[in-house]
Write a protein that binds this ligand. Structure first.
Ligand code: FAD
Ligand code: SF4
Length: 332
């Protein structure tokens, strides 16, 4: 499949990039690692006149600790750099765990954290060639007005399928977005709309520049569990991130705080509401871990957007959550 024609713009600074976005808004797309955007362009899901290649902007790369203990990560930082960051592994292990499950080593060398956060939502009926989509009838997300997944509805349910945002939600991450109008900083939890088609709150002239992990989220133990068909490369079909803090910082302690983030089972990554209320102050047992799993499964709303059934994906959310909570709270 060939790429549609486009003009490549290669700014060296963020200011230059923002000016180009303002100049061509609506007719330009941001290219970071290109690991999702370029295959999508080959499938003719996007055909922008301009591609803004931001890879030369050195200021958008890197992982830095701020004096107050917060950690700042440039949007263009490769997933491999996150996977192997000692600083992140020590203070925010759930993020390194999630990053190391993305795609494959080669794709993690190219793929960036910004691209992972901004990743397009996915669906069996959407991530296909132009010919394939045409022969089945175009759908709401691209060129049509019907949904094959929920026929009769007017909403798109394509599923958010990035791994790291589930971990970042658990860490209460914030993102910085720049445009010609200035800089805005928002909680990652407020970045996603919950709609499968118009899935993120990012205007055509805006660039994601950095993300921030607050010091209050440092020191939580964390794990990420992921369901996929091929363990070596695939997008998640269900993903669970869990972070946990216990009194005395020890597995014998009571649970002080727990956060559970889900991905690949809704049109947006989501935090499981009520997990802390359910478990705070308790000592972990098999029964409480099961209750956490049931709560997480109730938050997951998978539909037939992928190769595995919604029932199986929801069930695996329960199983992964239970196992993750239990292992974090009881294993050294
Ligand atoms: C075979 C295969 C397997 C994959 N498996 C996984 C997987 O298991 N888990 C997973 O999470 N992903 C997976 N991916 C997708 C992809 O590799 C990752 O999500 C990666 O992090 C995307 O980053 P990128 O820099 O390549 O993004 P790009 O492809 O460059 O961009 C993705 C989207 O983000 C936008 N964007 C990028 N950077 C910015 C920015 N700074 N500001 C605003 N918008 C921006 C782009 O315009 C585009 O819409 C897979 C891809 C392939 C091809
Ligand atoms: S959920 Fe429906 S509208 Fe959305 S991509 Fe899939 S088939 Fe299309």
């Amino acid at each position: 499949m060939s790429l549609p024609e486009f003009k490549l713009l290669r700014p060296r600074t963020t200011a230059e990039a923002i000016a180009l976005l303002a100049q061509h808004a609506g007719n330009i797309r941001i290219l970071a690692g290109g690991t999702d955007l370029l295959p999508s362009m080959q499938q003719k899901l996007f055909a922008p006149q301009y591609l803004l290649d931001i890879r030369r902007i050195a200021g958008l790369k890197g992982i830095r600790q701020q004096p107050n203990g917060a950690v700042e990560i440039g949007a263009l930082t490769a997933l491999t750099a996150i996977e192997y960051s000692d600083l992140l592994r020590q203070h925010f292990p759930v993020l390194t765990e999630a990053a190391k499950t993305v795609a494959s080593p080669v794709l993690r060398n190219m793929g960036t954290i910004g691209g992972n956060i901004c990743l397009d939502t996915r669906c069996l009926w959407y991530n296909q060639s132009l010919q394939w989509r045409k022969s089945c009838a175009f759908c709401i997300k691209k060129d049509g007005d019907l949904c094959h997944v929920a026929p009769g509805g007017t909403k798109c349910w394509a599923v958010f399928s990035g791994d790291t945002p589930a971990a970042l939600l658990c860490l209460d991450a914030e993102i910085e977005i720049a445009s010609a109008a200035g800089i805005r900083r928002v909680k990652l939890a407020e970045f996603y709309t919950g709609l499968g088609d118009n899935y993120r709150k990012l205007a055509a002239n805006e660039l994601l520049t950095r993300l921030f992990l607050p010091p209050s989220s440092a020191g939580y133990r964390g794990v990420y569990r992921k369901l996929r068909i091929r363990g070596s490369i695939d997008y998640p079909l269900a993903g669970v991130a869990v972070v946990l803090k216990q009194s005395n910082g020890h597995i014998s302690g009571h649970i002080e705080d727990i956060r559970v983030g889900l991905t690949a089972v809704n049109p947006a990554p989501v935090l499981v509401k009520g997990a802390t209320e359910l478990l705070a102050g308790r000592r972990m047992t098999e029964e409480w871990a099961e209750a956490a799993g049931v709560l997480a499964a109730q938050t997951a709303k998978p539909l037939t957007t992928s190769a595995l059934t919604p029932e199986y994906r929801r069930e695996m959310i329960r199983v992964f959550t239970k196992r993750a909570v239990l292992s974090l709270a009881t294993e050294t």
